[in-house]
Design a binder for this molecule. Sequence first.
Ligand SMILES: Nc1nc2c(c(=O)[nH]1)N[C@H]1C(S)=C(S)[C@@H](COP(=O)(O)OP(=O)(O)OC[C@H]3O[C@@H](n4cnc5c(=O)[nH]c(N)nc54)[C@H](O)[C@@H]3O)O[C@H]1N2
Ligand SMILES: Nc1nc2c(c(=O)[nH]1)N[C@H]1C(S)=C(S)[C@@H](COP(=O)(O)OP(=O)(O)OC[C@H]3O[C@@H](n4cnc5c(=O)[nH]c(N)nc54)[C@H](O)[C@@H]3O)O[C@H]1N2
Ligand code: SF4
Ligand SMILES: [Mo]
Length: 719
Amino acid sequence: MGSRVHFRTCSLCEAMCGLKIELSEGRVTSVRGDEDDPLSRGHICPKAPALAELHTDPDRIRVPLLKREDGTHEEISWERALTIAATRLHDIQQAHGRDALAAYIGNPNVHNLGALMFGPNFLRTLRTKNRFSATSVDQLPHMLTSQQMFGHQLLLPVPDIDRTQLMIMVGANPLASNGSLMTAPGIRRRLREIKERGGRVVVIDPRVTETARVASEHLFVRPGTDSFVLLRMLARMFERGAKVGRLAEVTEGLAQVESLVKELASADLCTRTGIDEDTIVRLADELYDVEGGALYGRMGTATVRFGALNQWLINLINLTSGNLDREGGVMFSTPALDGLAEAGGLGVGRGAFDRFRSRVRKLPEFGGELPVAVLAEEIETGGEGQIRALVTVAGNPVLSTPNAERMDRALSRLDFMVSVDIYLNETTRHADLILPPVSPLERPHYDVALHLLAVRNTAKFSEPLFPAPANAKHDWQILSELTMRLLRLRGSRRRYLRAKMLHTLGPTGLLDLGLRAGPYGPRAGVFGSGLTLKKLKQRPHGIDFGPLEPRFPERLPTGRIQAAPDRFLEDLERLKREPEREGLLLIGRRHVRSNNSWMHNVPSLMKGKARSALLMHPNDAALRGLTGARRVIVKSRVGEVETEVVLSVDMMPGVVSLPHGFGQSKKGTQQSVAVARDSANANVLTDEADVDLLSGNAVLNGVPVEVLAVTGSSTPEAR
Ligand SMILES: Nc1nc2c(c(=O)[nH]1)N[C@H]1C(S)=C(S)[C@@H](COP(=O)(O)OP(=O)(O)OC[C@H]3O[C@@H](n4cnc5c(=O)[nH]c(N)nc54)[C@H](O)[C@@H]3O)O[C@H]1N2
Ligand SMILES: Nc1nc2c(c(=O)[nH]1)N[C@H]1C(S)=C(S)[C@@H](COP(=O)(O)OP(=O)(O)OC[C@H]3O[C@@H](n4cnc5c(=O)[nH]c(N)nc54)[C@H](O)[C@@H]3O)O[C@H]1N2
Ligand code: SF4
Ligand SMILES: [Mo]
């Protein structure tokens, strides 16, 4: 076998780092950054080597598992597993109606070429209104806002970080997360370069984060109150005179926004944010006056009660300060496979809103999905349309969605559950059947979704590093084979033949078609004789198509920007009525060695001191007599956990922080490393009843909690 070098893109987070992997005798001996990758230029984080550990993890499932009556598992053949899955799903829909079946699609799908290519058709085939995904505990507000303002759910503005002179980050911690809805590997260097060229980086966050430490300025904000900061900033743009420039011709509704915003923004509302009005106005002026500035909001602005309004206000501030679709401002990418295209795209469409509502709580659909905050109640509430069966694909709702204990109980009540997943974890332990795909290193890779969000136009294809073992299946094969079986059972011959044709093409066949149809393809005439998969394969470090360029108005599907979507204007009324929240508010936290809930079984990432403690300001601790405490109880409306506490002046007084993704010590899982380092599940505290009512997105930040001393008799978090 000897030694060899393999180049690929890391598929663990949104940063798309280029990796140089060295192998000897068929084993990975080193994972380093690929200096020749045009986007990441050598950057990696500590998670990259974990790809090799995931590959060899003895706990990773490699054979389909069927749950026996007594809860133990039996290894079964793929043929049997797929037959059972398709038959049960089909029968339940026959007996109880289409909506008796639900699906939950988790985050790792975004990083999986095959799952992205075959997921949409699989979901369409299920024909259920009960579709859920991690979108509604994450970026749903961004997608809804883009759909309403720009006419496409995936037309998301990306900060032009490499040319901006002012980057204002609200509720984002890219030094830990490596950037989100902004693929910008090596964020530390990129932020440093802003300062080196005389620009400024401002962070607005209730915690002095890793990112705040490298910023020019950090401002504490009371969780959930950013809307008032943003309102005041937008009002300021109108006071100065909106600089919409060439976009004025295509922008509708701005005058209406102007009068409403001026009426609403007030110094009084600013006081509850923790940032004084003068500072907000100064920031707005800076953004207005700078040659290329970008206002960027992420998790901390999305997973709150006014998540969608926040994204709308952010877009409007960028627009009115002259920074939308401008060099150094926020821009729109031109990816080689254009996810927005009708043909050769992602097949998800422009997105639609509120075509139907959830059965119990009547929350709106977006893009064919309902908010996951209603999943548990839809399983528990009897009547027509009650969910009786669930398919999860790379998702862990028991740890990742609000009111985790209720979700856990709800999943145990299902008649049938099947999980496409690589671990027997908190969620999949409820599954009657687990269908395990190959490891990430056994897949070909191309970032269909993330190139859309990248700060530079590049393209890169990675071959599988290892061949898939005989008798193993890719995610796409599992989804595609289930699709075909369901269609056969249903007797849909035409759709079955179409699914079979897609199956024959496979993800790389579809990728090739997408690249050919794309903006650098043979017909476009901008890249030699045109980009094809074959040509992309000849460039293992990737191809650089250059920096982002202004794309409006051509890129707008309707040719228009809607500045005043009705539903957003109406939601301002809700904001007006929003009471001030007293007491302690809980926020989340990410660490560079974590990745949501599922990488805690990688030994190298779990080394070192625990990173899962509750952070609390010393004054808040003193007020509650907790100064010397090592462990505390955190209580919310829906649950309580016991956790270690660390006092820290990095916290804004009145705010505590707990990372999500822990809670591995449930009975019946198989994650030996994770269980040994387990800690409290933050989502036992988050409240499924509290959502952003406009979008339906979960509120994961700004959750009212109490923190109490652990008394002798108290029991640790329910296991
Ligand atoms: N290492 C690591 N990287 C990851 C992940 C991971 O789990 N670990 N997850 C990946 C995923 S799926 C995503 S979506 C991205 C997320 O990427 P980011 O959005 O950058 O992630 P967070 O670290 O959650 O940053 C949110 C910030 O908002 C702050 N915040 C909380 N509430 C508020 C508020 O009300 N207002 C304001 N202004 N700020 C607030 C928090 O203190 C935190 O610093 O990260 C991705 N990358
Ligand atoms: N309190 C709080 N909760 C949060 C957040 C927060 O900031 N605070 N962040 C939210 C965000 S941004 C997100 S995106 C969600 C994530 O929520 P989810 O997507 O539900 O959860 P993950 O933790 O990403 O779990 C991924 C699952 O996929 C499996 N998996 C990993 N790789 C593969 C693969 O290649 N194929 C298959 N089939 N399975 C695979 C893992 O074993 C695991 O079961 O969590 C959300 N929850
Ligand atoms: S930053 Fe993200 S993409 Fe880059 S090496 Fe780390 S996990 Fe992989
Ligand atoms: Mo996410």
